[in-house]
Design a protein around this ligand. Sequence first.
Ligand code: FES
Ligand code: FES
Length: 171
Amino acid sequence: MSVSGRMSSKLRKSSQIDMAKEIVFTLNSVKCTVAQEISDQVLVHFIRDVLKLKATKFGCGMDQCGACKVLIDDQVRNSCQIYLSELEGKSVMTLEGLQSSAKFISLKNSFAHENAAQCGFCTSGILITCFSLISKNNHLSEKEIKEKLKDNLCRCGVHHKILKSVVRVMN
Ligand code: FES
Ligand code: FES
């Protein structure tokens, strides 16, 4: 994947600063090695500005909106609250890394069928949350799905369509 080439050159540069001190993790199944000197960088900025992966959005930056959600070791996390220093040995997955997953393709198709996005700014974070939901439990009630989505804000108000999309995939 083209991401890996871009990733290696950027990361090689940063890891040259101090080869003895590195943080190693995977991002979309590609090994990342970064120097301790940039360990205070926030993950969402690393993903968007260094790796140029733009699906993950930066919204509030305050753990409030969910636009920046990614999977870390299969758990949904707000990447604006995660420092690179916390990622040693972990596996990070963004929307780009899910593109070949059959479950994700069903989910994406269901969103398209229900027209479950308006401006689309929240959609990446919501897809991450929904993907995690359907991966862990395929039999949630509408009430449970709503509860799981409470940390994903959508200012366009398309939650009812998102709900229908998830129910459709579960059925
Ligand atoms: S940008 Fe991370 S929660 Fe809003
Ligand atoms: S579709 Fe616009 S914020 Fe959700």
